[in-house]
Design a protein around this ligand. Structure first.
Ligand code: ATP
Length: 567
């Protein structure tokens, strides 16, 4: 199962209409050029028929007719090229808009949704699926319209320019084509959705292996990861085979129908010519039209796959949407953090917090300690407004923190974890994320305060940075954002001692004067706190100053003793 759902057919149609809306003028130009190109193409066979019938008669201007045939052929070529160019531009514009819309949609997702979804599915939808829809908009859709118009006009030409009887002969097999296409479309959606889901699983498996490379190496999981990837690749292979099998059948029905129709037109034309109802030239023109049908029909069959695949891709793109979290306009009254009766579950029915009550005073340093899996990080995420409690309230200055709109919330409370993402770009770009309006002077001053080891050069391009530098950038971002509360998910535990010291200094510079809620994995973080909360199995087991808790001789005292032995 991939992480995000797929939109139903009605929502997908709405998405498509949204993409082409506003392009009515360009669409009219494209369609006009296509119809003109097709009409120019139809004149050729009719004129050739005239040449055949009049070539022997005295005074016939075969040369003029031949010149007209050539003229129409050139005109058709130019019109086809012009219509394709216009259609490509239209398709590219729509694809660019789709990309932008998708990015906006991903950015609007609550971070908890993105985190839980994993990256593979989102990346596949934003690259493979958007690309598939792009090809359909740019190439398949215009050519499909062109091919359908050509096929329609070819039949009309046989009816109008040659003989209705031959037209009927050419249409005898049409129901087989229509039924074949309907059969294909009925099965296509599910087959292509399954293919898209399988492709996402491959990306999911690969990205999990890459992201967890250290764990894979440390625990010798290479074989298991390879087996996992093999399984997902196998699923893609079978899903692809299914779509190819469907396509093969629709190709067969279209090709066979066309061949049979062509033979029927020739046979009926032969009989009509034999009885003198039609001239040889008329039969030749009809046969040429019927022969010409092969091209649009095979293009329709070929593009059908693209259209079906991209309809499924568009459903997957439209599926990446979550109703936005409700927000409030109420401004927090003060900087107080209050949790009352907080219960929380990642998986419905499985609470990991069972009624947390806690009040953090402005400017206080609170350390949260406890065994692994007790719920410490979850408390931190709730305070930072990244999760909503299932029951109870998490308030910032009297307002539910998760209801604050993200920009307001991020200016008041920031969660600093061990993962600091450095984006491609310069040092300036990476800091501007936190303070888009800050000038160079402000950025440089913030870096200096934080203890940037050299004179900061904001134009330095950043790629992979050692953890200590990434940490300094993260701290500078916090300083620039200037929140009153920082939730610290033990930010220096993965570093070597020297880097950790640099990071510690940066941390203490940035934390001065703020409320700090530190999820502590080390003794001195807890020791230096004003108060310590011990979380155990989703409850606050102890709460007090470090000295009080030590004196009480409870679980903090036991933890302190074990830390003291090993810190
Ligand atoms: N995204 C998630 N989906 C499902 N369960 C989760 C998720 N994140 C955490 N949990 C579960 O919630 C419980 C509390 O996790 P949490 O990370 O808050 O504990 P912790 O005390 O911070 O642990 P640690 O010290 O190991 O980081 C654990 O049982 C954990 O397995």
């Amino acid at each position: 199962m991939t992480a995000f759902p797929v939109a139903d057919e009605a929502a997908t149609r709405g998405e498509l209409l949204g993409l082409v809306r506003g392009e009515r003028g360009a669409l009219t130009v494209v369609l006009g050029l296509m119809v003109a190109a097709t009409a120019a193409g139809l004149a050729g066979p009719w004129l050739l028929g005239r040449i055949i019938d009049t070539a022997g008669s005295p005074g016939a201007r075969v040369d003029l007719l031949a010149a007209a045939v050539a003229g129409f052929a050139v005109a058709q070529l130019l019109l086809v090229r012009a219509s394709r160019l216009a259609a490509h531009r239209l398709g590219e514009r729509a694809t660019a808009r789709l990309r932008e819309q998708f990015l906006d949609r991903v950015l609007a997702l609550p971070s908890r949704v993105v985190e839980r979804a994993g990256t593979g599915d989102l990346v596949t939808r934003s690259t493979v699926d958007v690309g598939t829809v792009g090809v359909a908009l740019r190439d398949a859709a215009p050519d499909l319209v062109l091919a359908a118009a050509e096929a329609l006009l070819l039949f009309t030409a046989v009816f109008v320019l040659v003989d209705p009887l031959l037209g009927v002969a050419g249409l005898v097999t049409l129901p087989v084509v229509v039924l074949g296409i309907r059969w294909y479309r009925k099965r296509g959606r599910n087959a292509y959705l399954a293919h898209g889901e399988a492709t996402s699983s491959v990306a999911e498996s690969m990205s999990a292996t890459a992201e967890g490379a250290r764990t894979v190496g440390a625990l010798g999981l290479a074989e298991a990861r390879v087996a996992d990837s093999d399984a997902t690749i196998d699923t893609v292979y079978h899903a692809r085979m299914r779509t190819l099998a469907l396509r093969l059948r629709v190709f067969l029905s279209v090709d066979l129908s066309h061949r049979v129709a062509h033979v029927l037109v020739l046979a009926a034309g032969g009989v009509a010519a034999f009885h003198g109802r039609l001239t040889v030239g008329e039969v030749a023109a009809a046969a040429l039209y019927a022969w010409q049908l092969a091209d649009p029909l095979s293009r329709i069959a070929q593009w059908l796959e693209q259209v079906e695949g991209s309809a499924a891709a568009l459903s997957r793109i439209a599926g990446v949407a979550t109703p936005p979290d409700p927000t409030t306009d109420t401004t927090p009254a003060d900087d107080r953090v209050t949790l009352s009766g907080v219960r929380f579950a990642y998986i419905p029915g499985k609470d990991v917090l069972h009624g947390i009550d806690l009040e953090v005073r402005p400017g206080e340093r609170l350390a949260i300690v406890g065994p692994s899996g007790a719920g410490k990080s979850t408390v931190g995420r709730l305070i930072a407004g990244l999760e909503r409690p299932r029951a109870g309230r998490v308030l910032l200055g009297g307002v539910p923190v998760a209801d604050l709109d993200p920009a307001t919330r991020n200016a008041l409370v920031v969660l600093v974890s061990q993962e600091h993402h450095i984006f491609r770009g310069t040092l300036r770009d990476n800091l501007a994320i936190a303070a888009p309006d800050a000038d160079d002077h402000t950025l440089t001053a913030a870096l200096t305060t934080i203890g940037w080891p050299t004179t900061p050069d904001l134009d330095t391009p950043l790629a992979a940075l050692p953890p200590a530098h990434a940490q300094l950038i993260a701290m500078t971002r916090v300083a620039l954002r200037d929140p009153h509360t920082v939730v610290l998910d033990e930010a220096t535990s993965v570093m070597d001692p020297h880097s950790a010291r640099t990071a510690e200094r940066a941390l203490s510079a940035v934390l001065t004067g703020r409320t700090v809620i530190a999820i502590a994995h080390r003794l001195h973080t807890a020791d230096a706190a004003d108060r310590v909360a011990v979380v155990d199995r989703g409850r606050i087991a102890e709460l007090g100053t470090p000295a009080e808790l030590l004196a009480a001789g409870g679980s903090y005292a036991a933890l302190w003793r074990s830390w003291h032995g090993g810190d």
